[in-house]
Every structure is written in structure tokens, then in C-alpha cells.
Design a protein around this ligand. Sequence first.
Ligand code: FE2
Ligand code: FE2
Length: 173
Amino acid sequence: MPAMTPTVLEAINRQVAAEFSASFSYLAMAGWCEHHKYMGAGRWLRLQSAEEHTHAMKLFDFVLARNHEVRLLGIEEPRRDFKSVVDIFESALAQEQKVSTQIDQLYELAFKEKVFAAMAELQWFITEQVEEEKTVREIVAKFHMVKDDPASILDLDRELGGRTAVEEDPGNE
Ligand SMILES: [Fe+2]
Ligand SMILES: [Fe+2]
């Protein structure tokens, strides 16, 4: 008996692509920031890109662990026509909110199809989305507080550059 229903499997494969897409999108944001010499924000976004990569791999590994074949669907070219560093983080927040909705829908689907192992796996993602939305929302709020003051924006950029390496491997054990 297959470990997952075709619908759930397909939806998880789509989420693998969505996580890679988020990784690519953050990388495009990092590129924009570094091109415009916001090196701290660039570092933060590069690390976030790497973190999204680990999310994709966590689901990739999950599909394989359930003895299914993983499909890598195509991803689109990410947006890069940003207006400002604030615009970047506002877009990042919108992106995280969208992903949270996708994860919720995926969880609901797994529940309806009684794929309990997928529900357990997705719980990690639900918690992670709460954390990611919170972090990005706080960064957006700080940018809104400093408005157009160049010195404060540079301070904030330096603060973002203090982000340390990628969070521990989300692990499946
Ligand atoms: Fe993610
Ligand atoms: Fe994320």
C-alpha cells in the first residue's frame, strides 16, 4: 500500500518547488541588496535563501522516506525589480504569509486524506512559518520606524549583517 495518496504526494512535490522558489527569491533579494551596497541585508537574505533550501530538502527527504519518487517541478524567475530595501522585506513578508497559507492548505489536505505521517511532518513547517513571519514582520517594522533616515538605515543594515549561520539542520530524526 502506498504511504501517501496521489493528491497529497502531488501537493508535497509542489511544496518542494515552493520552498526552492522561496530560496531563489531570497537569493534574488540578496543580489539586489548587495548590488545596492546593503551588505548586511544581503548577508541576511543569503542565509535565508540557504534556510529555504533546507526546507525544500526536508520535504524532499520526507517523500523519499515514504518510499515515493520526488518530482522537481520548474520554478519561475524571481522578482528583482525592487524599489528599496524596505520594499524587499515587505515582499519577503508577503511571501512568507503566502507560504503559511500553502502549508495550512497542505495540512488540511493531509488531514482529509488521513495521511497522518504527512501531518506530523507538516507540523514542523507550521511552527517554522510562525517564526519566519514574526522575524520578517519585526524587520519590516524597524524599517518603517527609521523611515528615510540614512544613518538609521545603515545601522539596521549592520544589524541584519550580524545574523549568524543557517539555523541547525531541520533534521528528520
Ligand atoms: Fe520555507
Ligand atoms: Fe520561509
